[in-house]
Design a protein around this ligand. Structure first.
Ligand code: CP
Ligand code: NVA
Length: 312
């Protein structure tokens, strides 16, 4: 089972079947247990991994670099503003050179096309650490967290409220592929990427689940098992529209009142960073339903599995 991932890129959850994602989640859990027992798991000893982040990060960068260290490999953080890429060196040249020194590239960037270009020119795996389009590493950690807290994906209803962007897209793909309902609360004037939407709808048809876009948060939250919030202003262009977005997304805040519609044992998730008083209240993120710290921890375990399987 494990050889089938070796050398592949990890750019989007759309590239993997339900069985493959389950395999990655199983390895994530095994590695999580080893880490809990402080058992050595240096499956990448002697390997090198380049890490480039063109946007800020706390969780993804730290969890990747910790995971790489636990796996016995060496990571090189390359600041984009200190690379020749910033002075106009083409991606295809940068990619071929990194490929000669490093066994993998972990990269956070803007367009998914930048990652795809790196992947085209590198033989070694390229791992998407977030693009405008998708955040598959977040998606994997979310799946592991849901599976741990709820036991199974079957019959679950996840409600998403926040920017219709990378994290929303990865959850739509994950729901359709793994087989749980995803309700996305979408304010007027916002919509998911049509290709992602179509993929998720087709996957949901196969798994006999639902992907629903609705303007009605209250209706969406009815009997929800998982309530997922995300910022209203993602990194990049949206940051310049903070005021407009505060108005548009204001009615979509997750607070103590609206979650009364959800199941009594719902879990609250957030990819973080979170903005209290905007997409959710302090009482929700700090409350008894919140699993956000376990979710953040799972970033490291799932990324470790991707590294071990794809680079090992
Ligand atoms: N959730 C997430 O990707 O967080 P960072 O931006 O801190 O990496
Ligand atoms: N949608 C957010 C996720 C941050 C992890 C963003 O892109 O800023």
């Amino acid at each position: 089972m494990r050889d089938k991932f070796r050398g592949k890129d990890f750019l989007s959850l759309m590239d993997f079947t339900r069985e493959e994602i389950n395999d990655i989640l199983n390895v994530s859990y095994e590695l999580k247990m080893k880490w809990a027992r402080r058992e050595l798991h240096e499956y990448l000893r002697g390997k090198t991994v380049a890490v480039i982040f063109e946007k800020p990060s706390t969780r993804t960068r730290t969890s990747f670099q910790a995971a790489i260290a636990h796996l016995g490999a060496q990571s090189f953080y390359m600041r984009p503003d200190e690379m020749q890429l910033a002075r106009g060196e083409p991606i295809k040249d940068t990619a071929r050179v990194i490929d000669r020194y490093c066994d993998a590239l972990v990269m956070r960037t803007f367009g998914q096309d930048r990652l795809e270009e790196f992947a085209r020119y590198m033989k070694n795996p390229v791992i998407n650490a977030l693009s405008d389009l998708t955040h598959p590493c977040q998606g994997l950690a979310d799946l592991l967290t849901i599976r741990e807290k709820k036991g199974d994906f079957k019959g679950l209803k996840l409600v998403y409220a926040g920017d219709i962007w990378n994290v929303c897209h990865s959850l739509m793909i994950a729901g359709g592929t793994m087989g749980f309902d995803v309700y996305v609360a979408v304010p007027e004037g916002y919509a998911p990427n049509p290709k992602i939407h179509q993929f998720a709808m087709e996957a949901a048809k196969r798994s006999r689940t639902k992907i629903v876009l609705t303007k009605d948060l209250k209706e969406a939250l009815k009997d929800a098992d998982v309530v997922y919030a995300n910022t209203w202003h993602s990194m990049g262009a949206a940051e310049k529209e903070k005021e407009k977005r505060a108005k548009d997304f204001g009615p979509y805040q997750i607070n103590g009142k609206v979650v009364e519609e959800a199941k009594p044992d719902f879990i609250f998730m957030h990819c973080l960073p979170g903005y209290r008083g905007e997409e959710m209240t302090d009482e929700i993120i700090e409350g008894p339903h919140s699993v956000v710290w376990d979710q953040a921890e799972n970033r490291m375990h799932t990324e470790k599995a991707v590294l071990a399987l794809f680079v090992g």
